[in-house]
Design a protein around this ligand. Structure first.
Ligand SMILES: C[S@@+](CC[C@H](N)C(=O)[O-])C[C@H]1O[C@@H](n2cnc3c(N)ncnc32)[C@H](O)[C@@H]1O
Length: 243
């Protein structure tokens, strides 16, 4: 990623509100120093695997020059589980969205080492990307694993999973497309279940009021961290039904 693009991505990382209030972000740009290999990967491989924002419409024909189904992962962190899924599922295209540059560098390095052709990365606020870069009914699956729980009550408004954002996710999903969420924060899990259940166009694949037990995904870095603290894990899988 060129410095200009990186700087632009960071300054664009806020959703400009219609009025003068400061935007509410679901993330803070963490300082975290780039390792030498992450920095090198950003310089050498962004061109190949990165999609600058704004970039027009993102879809399989435009972005991957094929017709494969599209999976979008929001907040992939260090990217280990996304790398594993993309390796295991070469028949799917993956778009990873993240604002944390060390994680982007790490994933770029992994993609280059494995020479994967089915992953692209966007460095920007997922809320804006979803709204502007994806056509309605174009995504097969959206996955958000261990989004920041923002445990303090006064920070709940920063949580990614809210009614408005969920409606945007639904709008971008194909009919029968899926939303897969996971968290290690029980109170956030209950909130997610409530918000997704209230959405008329979503059907809980686990059954009413239930969490999804058949995880079928690699363990993530934050999940491992939560396990060290003795946290539980709650997965949710919802399917978009035809209106
Ligand atoms: C708690 S971490 C979890 C990372 C990873 N999914 C895991 O399980 O290890 C949440 C990540 O989401 C990213 N994030 C939060 N809000 C975002 C947004 N609006 N757009 C893009 N990334 C976001 C953060 O930068 C952070 O890396």
């Amino acid at each position: 990623m060129s410095k200009a693009n990186t700087d632009q991505a960071q300054s664009n990382s806020s959703s400009a509100p219609d009025d003068n209030r400061r935007p509410i972000r679901s993330f803070v740009i963490r300082g975290g120093r780039l390792t030498h290999s992450q920095r090198r990967a950003l310089e050498n491989f962004w061109q190949e695997f990165g999609v600058d924002y704004p970039s027009g419409i993102v879809n399989s024909p435009q972005t991957f020059s094929n017709q494969a189904e599209l999976v979008v992962e929001i907040g992939f962190g260090m990217g280990d589980s996304l790398l594993q899924m993309a390796t295991d599922n070469p028949h799917l295209n993956y778009i990873g969205i993240e604002v944390h540059k060390p994680g982007i560098g790490k994933l770029l390095q992994g993609l280059a080492e494995r020479q994967l052709t089915n992953v692209k990365i966007i460095c920007h606020d997922a809320k804006e990307i979803l709204a502007h870069s994806f056509a309605d009914q174009s995504i097969e699956k959206i996955q958000i694993f261990f989004p920041d729980p923002w445990p303090k009550k006064r920070h709940h408004k920063r949580r990614l999973i809210q009614t408005e954002f969920t409606q945007l996710l639904v709008q971008k999903l194909k009919p029968n497309g899926q939303i897969h969420l996971a968290t290690d924060w029980q109170e956030y899990a209950d909130h997610m279940l409530e918000v997704l259940t209230a959405e008329q166009q979503l059907n809980n694949a686990a059954g009413a009021g239930q969490f999804w037990q058949q995880k079928q995904r690699p363990i993530t870095k934050f999940e491992r961290r939560g396990q060290r603290f003795g946290h539980g894990v709650w997965d949710l899988l919802f399917t978009r039904v035809l209106p």
